[in-house]
Design a protein around this ligand. Structure first.
Ligand code: PLP
Length: 439
């Protein structure tokens, strides 16, 4: 096209308008009914344990509203998380401020709003709490063996067993009440034994604490329960062992209240994410092998922040009509920013030949995804569309607005049908839930 006939670039307002209208923007569908069923599964498998949902995992207002309505407690890690939960009308007694290393200002906020339960794992924290929240009901966070978890935490948090007696005495000498013990075996735990060892260690800490004069009544078994679709049997195995350990070390007659801080168990399987291929390069390797680079509109600085730390490849569903056995190519999946670190996986993955405009769908994307998104390089966090069935809808006032899934617009019904039948989360999300297909 000659230059003088070229279409002029859109005016800024128009360009901005187009950005919000782009049918190929990444998006997330969160099925709140799945969240409710996770709560039911947790309570059934661990009847002695009261869940205090870990807000850090997914703090979307609708997720928190559902859990508040279902009666869970909450684990908050900062003033902002405390504010978010308190603003839903949740009583301060249903909150544990479970960050062992807290800014003074946030401790004062908790004190002012009557949040009493809080964790600590060192002497310096006790000194701050004695000064700024002397009425706190403290929970000592114990170090655990977490090498069998995908995301270990113990290099950063937890007092070693041999240090606990000293800390418990220091708390007493400062006039502080220690009421319980907590631990966290690391997120996405693969070893039920980590829980059993930790619960046994907690019993020793209870004895120590009572020995120095604390009135102990709370055991907090933390998070770490697996949450992705397909991890149900691993969770059941962990739950069985925990129940047996509780019966041995903290029997019901002991009167000890047991709580947990599950995050990913509740949230991970709630959401799926659809991302679009925005650019593509084909490269010929020295041996003649064809390799593909796909550039997606979501990446490491968005919802895939944790993927680079996961050892297991999370295969996407390809939304494209393909022959029954398409050739696969080694592919690198890059995010949209200019940073070369912005990719989904360290290793190459095998995928069919795809094109700009094609969709990839990832399941189990509800935990540590949107909450970690940034707008680095001007790429905004993916929109979230909520699906909610009639039963749960009646619990929520006002009900969340049903969204529409832009992926279905302009995409041939057979692609959509194939994707739905491949993905249990999509099957449940579609027509019954008010998330409508628009083609
Ligand atoms: N509690 C604390 C103190 C945490 O740091 C975390 C996660 O980092 C959680 C609970 C939630 O863990 P998960 O998502 O593995 O259940």
């Amino acid at each position: 096209m000659p230059v003088d006939q070229a279409v002029p670039p859109a005016a800024p307002e128009e360009a901005d308008h187009n950005r919000h209208q782009d049918q190929r923007d990444p998006f997330i569908v969160a099925n709140l009914d799945v969240l409710a069923s996770r709560h039911q599964a947790f309570c059934q498998a661990l009847p002695r344990v009261t869940p205090f949902y870990a807000v850090k995992c997914n703090n979307s207002p609708n997720v928190l509203r559902v859990l508040a309505a279902l009666g869970t407690g909450f684990d908050c890690a900062s003033q902002m998380e405390l504010e978010q939960v308190l603003s839903l009308g949740v009583a301060p007694s249903r909150i544990i401020y479970a960050n062992p290393c807290k800014p003074i200002y946030h401790i004062r906020f908790a004190a002012y709003h009557g949040v009493q339960l809080m964790t600590f794992d060192c002497e310096e924290e006790l000194i701050k709490v004695a000064q700024h929240h002397p009425g706190a009901r403290l929970v000592i966070r114990l170090w655990t063996q977490d090498s069998n978890s995908t995301f270990p935490l113990s290099t950063k948090f937890g007092a070693k067993l041999e240090l606990c007696e000293h800390l418990l005495k220091s708390a007493r000498d400062l006039g502080l009440a220690v009421v319980g013990v907590s631990f966290h075996v690391g997120s996405d735990c693969h070893s039920p034994h980590s829980f059993t060892q930790a619960i046994e260690d907690c019993r020793h800490v209870f004895e120590m604490a009572r020995g120095v004069g604390h009135d102990m009544s709370l055991l907090d078994i933390g998070g770490g329960f697996p949450g992705a679709e397909g991890s149900e049997s691993r969770f059941e195995e962990i739950a069985k062992l925990i129940n047996a350990c509780l019966a041995r070390d903290f029997p019901e007659r002991s009167g000890v209240k047991v709580i947990a801080e599950p995050g990913r168990f509740y949230a991970e399987s709630v959401s799926m994410a659809a991302v679009n291929i925005i650019a593509k390069k084909a490269v010929l390797e020295p041996g003649g092998q064809r390799k593909l680079l796909y550039y997606l509109n979501e990446g490491h600085y968005g919802i895939f922040r944790l993927f680079l730390r996961q050892p297991v490849f999370r295969a996407p569903i390809v939304v494209k009509e393909l022959c029954s056995d398409p050739p696969l190519f080694p592919c690198t999946l890059y995010g949209p920013t200019c940073d070369s670190f912005d990719k989904l996986f360290l290793e190459e993955v095998k995928l069919p030949e795809l094109d700009v405009g094609d969709w990839l769908v990832f399941s189990s994307m509800g935990a540590y995804t949107s909450v970690m998104s940034s707008s680095f390089n001007g790429f905004l966090p993916a929109s979230i569309f909520y699906a909610v069935g009639p039963e749960l809808r009646s619990l929520l006032e006002p009900a969340p607005e049903a969204g529409t899934c832009p992926v279905w617009r302009g995409c041939r019904p057979s692609f959509a049908a194939q994707t739905i039948s491949d993905s249990p989360s999509l099957q449940t999300v579609l027509p019954d839930y008010g998330v409508s297909r628009t083609n």
